[in-house]
Design a protein around this ligand. Sequence first.
Ligand SMILES: [Zn+2]
Length: 581
Amino acid sequence: MAAGFFLATSISFVPRIAAQGPPARAVVPKASKAPARPKLVVLLVVDQMRGDYVDKFLGQWTGGLKRLVEEGAWFRDAAYPYAATETCVGHATISTGAFPATHGMVANAWWDRQDQKMVTCTADPDPNVKNIGYAGATPKGADTAWRMAVPSFAEELKFQTSGATRIVTFSLKARAAITMAGHRADAATWFDGGAWVTSTAYGTLPFIEEQAKSRPAKADFGKTWSLSLPASAYWYGEKALGAVPPDGWDLTFPHPLRGKTAVGEPDNTFYEQWASSPYADTAMTELAERAVDALKLGNSNGTDFLAVSYSSVDYVGHEFGPRSREIQDILVRLDKDLGNLFAHLDQKVGRGNYVVALSADHGVVPIPEDMQQAGADAGVLHLPELQERIDKSLEPFNYAKPAVARISGSDIYFAPGVYEKLQQDRAALQAVFDTALAQPGVAALYRAEDLRDRPATQSPAHRAFAYSYFPGRSGDLFILPKPYWLMDGTPLGKPRSYGTGHGVPYNYDQHVPVLLMGFGIQPGQYFQAITPADIAPTFAALCGITLSSRDGHVLAEALMKPRSFSSPPRTAAAQAVKTNP
Ligand SMILES: [Zn+2]
């Protein structure tokens, strides 16, 4: 399948023949016997795409998602093995091939014990770093991958090969664009305050500036997101039960992108609506296509890297839940965008010259009110209430208030010195456990010291917390909620500002699609249990490089046998395409 590229590269390596002397026969140097490599590696992450969305909605797709399933390798039992199923964690895992206990990105944000404040996974305190904007934007903050403890696949590719690799990533979220790229990149671009931005750790590219000016998000102001299929094609009711839509939107279609007031200029509400609509996915697809054109990705001597994390499915899922027409429709639109992207890559890079992986950073739990309606044991685990009760439980034991510094997701952080004292104070620690386990929705509580060293002889839930544990950054105690109980940090007495969420070690958050297609990939359906940490090692195997982490493994079952990619029979590519997975 890569024979054309293989020959072309070999010829370019042939030394120039001297003008004097007898004509020499062109000798193909030994280097040309190395296996061919993909010209371009494409990583696609659909933020919050549950694994079962493929099974449910495949029949309605006609574009890129359908093509990935039919022409690619579909891993049907792919799941994160760890507990902290959040965006920064998932993207770093896909990017590095390591679990959070290794790469250190343990959450979107965690409690910084030194500074006694929350920090985001990409916030960089280096005063020499700052975020910069395209098209005149002036973003706040400074975001880099400095907290990611191992290099990304893309960084390793550039470092271990000739250095010709170009690294370009896009997402609406900094924590996705940055972790997919790594510590340095030609461009890592995200969306903030209505503009495309990056930081001084990364390069800026003229084509992004041009696109930011000629095709800004505000060009979609006044558009309307309507259903793209006949109403009868949708699985769920008009109104998702328990949904919390963005300001300015009703619970039912159509959803207008007109901001808060519906008149005048684009405001912050408009940008929230835009990010929660298929228009943001289309804008990122266009940016990816411009990157291919402007940089001629896939047409250099090296292997280039292009990554896009589609964030809008996540926003829509948080607002409307997984059982909504909104989720179904935005996937129909994304399928079309991806179809366009693959057609563009076919044309500019060549079918079979690039390899694609598509996955997700985590899934999502159904909206608790929706699940309760179905009769299930589901509910909301109120974290501020739990924090208050733990503090109260320690009063009789003479602990200064507040004893709990922060509960962030599953992680309970105590005030300085408190946990060290508790470890020596069995009665007080027992009181904390009794209190936590009495809180509605809590299934279990784990201690940090039980999670170190990731021993294999643990229950799956216990092991999941161990895979997420990074000393210094993770909490002191860890909450395992009951299945279908949503952990919620909304202050007491205030209404929830979102429908549902994710971040726990249950399959609805852990199970995601893994689809591979293109160079070196053997199409078919694969049922063995794998994790998204296997994507980077598989890319590494195709590109002939080595990753530092052994957390993931090569998906060898989905790779074409070496013979077929050194000297493929002429019909191999055609057969591969026809194979009905
Ligand atoms: Zn996410």
